[in-house]
Ligand binder design. Structure first.
Ligand code: FES
Length: 108
């Protein structure tokens, strides 16, 4: 088991997360805040983040919450992703749905 440092860019908060634990549960386990916590199981989409640096492993995510294009751009659900290196992320969540698409404004 390996443990990596996760940085939440919005708040500057950092925490350690093992490669066996999702970014969301790793944060919660340490009593940290920053990523919105919802169903913890990939169903609600509030924990959506954009990974800005680092490697990660992901489980299957609902297309309802993460489009193929978003996934390719590093937009994922924190409860469905485990770190595979030190990771930096930005919170996207339901309230900021457009963030992932800023570079693709021409798309409908
Ligand atoms: S907490 Fe609901 S999708 Fe991640």
């Amino acid at each position: 088991m390996a443990t990596f440092t996760v940085t939440i860019e919005d708040t500057g908060e950092t925490y350690r997360c093992s490669d066996k634990q999702s970014l969301l549960l790793g944060m919660e386990a340490l009593g940290k805040k920053g990523i919105p916590v919802g169903c913890r199981g990939g169903g609600c989409g509030v924990c959506k983040i954009a990974v800005t640096a680092g490697e990660y492993q992901k489980r299957v995510m609902s297309r309802e919450h993460v489009s193929e294009q978003e996934e390719a751009e590093g937009c994922v659900l924190a409860c469905r992703v485990m770190p595979a290196s030190d990771v930096k992320l930005k919170v996207v969540g339901k309230m900021k749905k457009n963030v992932c698409r800023l570079t693709h404004a021409s798309e409908s």
